[in-house]
Design a protein around this ligand. Sequence first.
Ligand code: SF4
Length: 491
Amino acid sequence: MNVLKQALRQKQFVCVMEFVPKPQRFAAFEQVMARSEFRGWPMIAAIGDRVGSAFDLSPEEAFTTLTRPVPALLHFSGKNRERQDLLAQLERMDALGLDQLLMLTGDRLPGHEPGQQPVRYLESVPALQIVRQARPDWLLGAALNPFKYREEEGGAQYFKAEKKLAAGADFMTLQLGFDMDKFREAFDWMSRQPSPKPLLACIMSLTRGRASMLEQVAGVTVSPSMHALMAAEEAVSKDHAQARSVERLALQIIGLRLIGYAGIHLSGIHEERQLQALEQALDHWEAKVHTSEQWAQAWAASWQMPGVPPVTFHPPNMDWRAGESRVSASPTEKLRYHLLSGFHAQLFSRTTLLSRAFGWAVQRPLWSTATGARWLHRIERSLKRPLVGCDTCGRCRLEDTLYTCPETCPKGLANGPCGGTQLNRCEFGDRECIHSIKYRIAKAVGQTAVLSERLIPCVEVGGRHQSSWPQWFEVQTPPVPSRESVTTMAP
Ligand code: SF4
């Protein structure tokens, strides 16, 4: 049994060490991992995938480059990947005796510009289903980003996380964050799930330099008041700033343990000396902090400095918390939904006279010829592109996405948002996240169950850029797997 699975089963706190494979980092990382335990917590190497670019060393190559095997949690990122890429990784992992994966859609692939060469992202929800079916006994993780401060983006994150659980996730790792109220919120959300799973918290020691670097990382929130504190600490001295950042990291770990987190996913620790500094800070604070009240006082003090304005972890004036209802769809959004859903019912329900006639027409043998298929593709595209932004993916999912076309998301995501939104803005910066719009519509028309229960399969590479109509009427859409039917496949 692998170390992580065993620890999670036995409810033993774990220390997952993030490793972004770069040639110059191997020796120091191996030295860090030589401990095998940190404060008695089993250590597991989390090996990143395509963090920098598509040409990074793969997680399997990185694993085999290590001179001494370590317990490893490999990542799979869906950036510019298809189903067969995922299945190929499973086979390579089989050969190495590895059986645990953290499934991510992934942030923007460097060089991916919307409107230019399209880049496909294999979504984490169908990717989880694919692996769960192919390797029923593997330990599978998924990501959750609760550090969202507008209702639409936050609500949509939690709905998608429900799908990840239904698709077979055994545990969840949170996005890097510092807002302990949001860590508590995510923990409470998980506790309310029918079958709660362990949560790991991604954390790092935050200094001014890292805070600036994180500005470029999609989905990580460092507020202006946090930046101001980091700058003030660094103005005292680099050593002072470093010591305070490690102190906060130690307190964050203590706080996460008090909440009930199953472990930490430590980012930004590259050398043994960093781990030693953290160990000393933990020694110091664990001797002083035993209760939630003591912790809250110490945590608040660690973010204060005389003459520096109080720190808030959320962006200015944006402080949505889970459970708060603050938004509704605009009249235009509601009208659009009702018009499209009425139109869909008439033409695509397969039950009305009009729908049956349309189905009969698009299934004529004429459309199976190369020329006929090309024309049908053109007709569908020219009608649906101006209406919904359709890219003729070949398998229309509009009914499952409240008539918001997934192809209008730069990553083509249908099941819910990636973690990269910033106050509803898309990670690519050129639009509102389509899943925030979808959230507003679902809430306004009483269809939020669609966002948490419909697991939408990935579009297969061979089926793209052809008309979806003949297929739509050929076979009934496969039944959406229910939560029960999927989770019973899990170990
Ligand atoms: S539209 Fe939303 S899900 Fe798609 S890339 Fe942008 S932020 Fe991510």
